[in-house]
Design a protein around this ligand. Structure first.
Ligand code: TXA
Ligand code: MG
Length: 308
């Protein structure tokens, strides 16, 4: 396609992203299903579109280092690793206060997984949108990641607009590193080999065990866990418990008075944080196991799980 037509298409897709819609775009690793990372309603559409049963934190895609620095604290060590940007490397870094990211993107954590993708159309789309884009792989949940625009179109039966950038060069997801103080831990192996990372750092790095849930504070912790004890499917509430309701009734806070799962998902992390700051015990009303309810219940179960 001639360049002028691509530019017009990118402007139109950027407008849709700013309006809170999802758009699939190419990166050097796999196609991403993108949404404005500052808009919770838009980010929830990623989950609804993929049919994803879990709120995992999502990777935030930015166009350049300046944009990254508005969102995360880039330590000297992180800057050293940023030599791989644009490229297939995601860094998990502390979120800056006031960054404005949706707490659905971070799944309630105070860290952000962020990267600058090495695909000219991805960078143009982010620039034209003027917003950071949250994007997991552009495939229905449980299916293989898409590495061509055709696969994305087929996967979502044409319901998602796709920016066609040809086949992805890498075909596997980015390597994910957590950077905490002076420690670098590989959370996910990916398109950037660990040897290349270790060559730049001049020493070996730690590798997180597959399936490890919560490690040392700030290291792995990809699950938000409140300090308060959490009781689920509560029909009645004790006097010393904060109640987090769903549907009609009188509660300390209500995820959605109207019983709307989208609204409940949007409120989930902020209300948990709010109650956690003033109560030792939180009891949560039953949430239906349909649509976004599956992801809400999964997250609540993890937050309620006993910790070692
Ligand atoms: O190659 C890729 O990385 C693709 C393309 C589209 O860029 N994106 C991708 O995104 O794979 P996603 O959202 O599926 O990756 C999410 C994973 C989480 O499951 C988690 O392992 C890690 O990134 N992650 C993101 N933010 C995190 C955080 N704050 N703490 C720990 N892990 C995080
Ligand atoms: Mg995936």
């Amino acid at each position: 396609m001639p360049d002028a037509r691509k530019t017009t298409e990118i402007a139109a897709l950027a407008a849709r992203l700013r309006a809170g819609e999802v758009v699939a775009f190419p990166t050097e690793t796999v196609y991403g299903l993108g949404a404005d990372a500052t808009n919770s309603d838009a980010v929830l559409k990623i989950y609804e579109t993929k049919g994803r049963p879990r709120f995992n934190p999502l990777i935030v895609h930015v166009a350049d280092l300046a944009m990254a620095e508005t969102l995360v604290e880039l330590s000297a060590l992180a800057k050293k690793l940023a030599v791989f940007w644009p490229g297939p490397l995601t860094l998990v870094l502390p979120q800056k206060p006031g960054a404005g990211l949706s707490d659905i993107v971070t799944a309630g954590l105070d860290t952000v997984g962020i990267r600058i993708p090495a695909h000219p159309l991805a960078l143009k789309l982010i620039q034209a949108t003027g917003r950071p884009l949250a994007a997991p792989s552009a495939n229905p949940s449980g299916k293989l990641s898409s590495t061509t625009a055709e696969q994305v179109i087929r996967g979502f039966a044409g319901r998602v607009p796709v920016l066609d950038g040809g086949p992805c060069a890498a075909g596997v997801e980015s390597t994910i590193l957590a950077v905490t103080g002076h420690t670098v831990t590989q959370l996910r192996a990916g398109a950037l080999p660990r040897e290349d990372i270790e060559a730049v750092l001049g020493h070996p790095i730690a590798v997180a065990k597959a399936g490890a849930a919560i490690a040392a504070p700030g290291m792995l912790a990809s699950h938000y866990a409140p300090n308060a004890a959490l009781r689920l499917n509560a029909e009645t509430f004790a006097p010393d418990e904060a109640s987090l309701g769903f549907g009609p009734g009188s509660f300390t806070l209500n995820l959605s008075l109207a019983g709307d799962l989208h609204e409940a998902a949007r409120n989930l992390f902020s209300m948990l944080h709010q109650l956690d700051s003033s109560y030792f015990r939180i009891a949560v009303s039953p949430i239906p196991q349909t649509g976004l309810g599956e992801a809400i219940n999964d997250r609540l179960q993890r937050a309620a799980a006993p910790r070692g």
